[in-house]
Design a protein around this ligand. Sequence first.
Ligand code: SF4
Ligand code: SF4
Length: 365
Amino acid sequence: MCSIMASKLKTYLEDPFLSRLYGVIRRLPPLKSISVDLTHVCNIRCTGCYYFEQEMDAHVSPPDDEAFDALILGEKERGTNFVTIVGGEPSLSLPRLKKLYDNFSLSVATNGLKRIPREGFENLPLGVAVWGSHQTDRVLRGGGRLDVFKQALKNYRDDPRAFFYYTVAPGHAAEVATVVEECIQNGNRVLFNFYCDIKDLGGDYGYRNGFSPVISAIDAMIDRYPEWILLNSYFAGVITTGRLLSDRWGYETCTSISADNPVNADRIQNGKTYNRHFRAYNSDFTTTRRCCTGVDRDCDSCFDTWEHFSWVMLNMKKHLESKTLFTSWLTTTYLFYMINNLLDEPEDAALLPEIHRRTRGAGCV
Ligand code: SF4
Ligand code: SF4
């Protein structure tokens, strides 16, 4: 870091709140992350699931334990300390999930239909998916019949491990308040995600409509329930506009590409930041693919919150231009650590209102 930037950072850290958050993060070991398709099967078929839409489950023969154990061993030797579980539904592969849990910090998303037990997974951070109101969720995830959201609420009521990972479609902003309030009444916090419409449904679901009404609805929830919302206003703006200062989101700037895969060789040469450790393992536990959520997917459809976390977190230097930007970077990064139970100290939910107060309205920088 150049001396001007170092001096700016020093000035920003005279603020006790920023100093506290920055100190907590800097005391932790650097993240060395990968993603793994834990399984290629699922008990539902959501409309627009990136995994099945790209037929990533095709031609996969169930791998044996030997391949899985070799993956764990190899990644431990490589220094990996954080694994995002992707692919099919992790609750259908508990013995392997347990092995990963015993060896790494994890980020897990589940559809919520089958409960992941507390026993053996006491501190597992769980993002429980919901894709809209009961009616919308039933259409998108339940084949028009099954109320997956209802079952997920029941399975994770007052479970301190679980937050709802709420994917909102562009034309469904009117549902946000009801869904959030139901999650909160259930004792669970809420992290937002944005519907990518990989199946190209268009209309209410089409990302080309933009997410402005959804952002307004999320901001209203931040104002009303700051201690329950895990996405700050700045970060919501980055994800939905695809803008991070002078950079635009897409393959050429994406940080979540498999660094070992030759398909990304040209991208890696373009000088843009990327996660040098990252690999997205397929469910054979041996090969990797282009990125966490894609083989040849159109990056214009990528509004995935987890990938954007990486984009912001790896671009700290860009955020040193002003205290407002640095605050946005720091609070976004802190939220990632908080959500994934990576903090040394117990999660301090009391910080959430101050995080939101400082980043409210910062989404358009
Ligand atoms: S629950 Fe997850 S893995 Fe299963 S179809 Fe839906 S999005 Fe895909
Ligand atoms: S689909 Fe998303 S995560 Fe994959 S390369 Fe494109 S922008 Fe990155």
